[in-house]
Ligand binder design. Structure first.
Ligand SMILES: C[S@@+](CC[C@H](N)C(=O)[O-])C[C@H]1O[C@@H](n2cnc3c(N)ncnc32)[C@H](O)[C@@H]1O
Length: 198
């Protein structure tokens, strides 16, 4: 498994992404093509910026990426890619939502790779993580246009099924994605929802 992780780490370095987590989005995008040119994407938990940079490449110059994270770090703009606006803030706070609205109030895609600071207590960490996934999902009502897509990291724990069933009701199509670049032993998976029923 270490070999696999090294492979993605080196690949990210070579392709100038700040984190190898980019391949967890790229793999899903190459299979399901949910991000389109000209789209607007909200990327929650965006630091250090790999997903935002990758999305801006896919969306192209007419697109827009708004990245939000507790940590500071605006990805550099590169030619031929969409604009990336970065907001430093806590997605659970109303102020952050107001700042997002200044940039855009209706997105085509809502992406979340949020992860909490882990404490070492597996159960508590899973609960915190699920809370963040729930928060990301709740934001679909505020920011995702009808027909839009949702791609969100979730840890499979005891409440996972209930959460997935709730998400499924709000999308025309949904599935659970486990990218090859995600450690096999990790309980991390991604929920992909297509066709938001707003
Ligand atoms: C795995 S990293 C994201 C990596 C990123 N997708 C990339 O490819 O570069 C998870 C991020 O979630 C952020 N995060 C956790 N809780 C958050 C919250 N309440 N509001 C905003 N960001 C949060 C963390 O600060 C952390 O940077």
């Amino acid at each position: 498994m270490k070999k696999v992780q090294d492979y993605y780490f080196k690949k990210a370095k070579r392709e100038k992404y700040p984190a190898r987590s980019v391949y967890k989005l790229e793999e899903a995008q190459e299979k399901y093509h949910f991000l389109k040119r000209g789209h607007k994407a909200l990327d929650i938990g965006s630091y250090p910026g790999s997903w935002s940079i990758y999305a801006s490449r896919v969306l192209g110059p007419q697109g827009l990426v708004v990245g939000v994270d507790l940590q500071d770090g605006k990805p550099m703009r590169q030619s031929g890619r969409s604009r990336i606006e970065f907001i430093r803030g806590d997605i659970t706070g109303d102020e952050t939502l107001e700042t997002i609205r200044i940039h855009c109030s209706s997105f085509d895609a809502l992406l979340s790779d949020m992860a909490p600071n882990t404490t070492g207590n597996k159960w508590a960490d899973q609960q915190k993580s699920l809370e963040l996934s729930r928060r990301a999902f709740a934001l679909c009502n505020d920011f995702l246009r009808s027909g839009g897509c949702f791609y969100c990291k979730v840890f499979e724990g005891e409440d996972f099924k209930e959460f997935y069933d709730t998400v499924r009701l709000c999308f025309t199509n949904s599935r659970i994605v486990k990218p090859k670049s995600s450690r096999r032993e990790s309980r991390e998976v991604f929920i992909l929802g297509l066709g938001f029923k707003n």
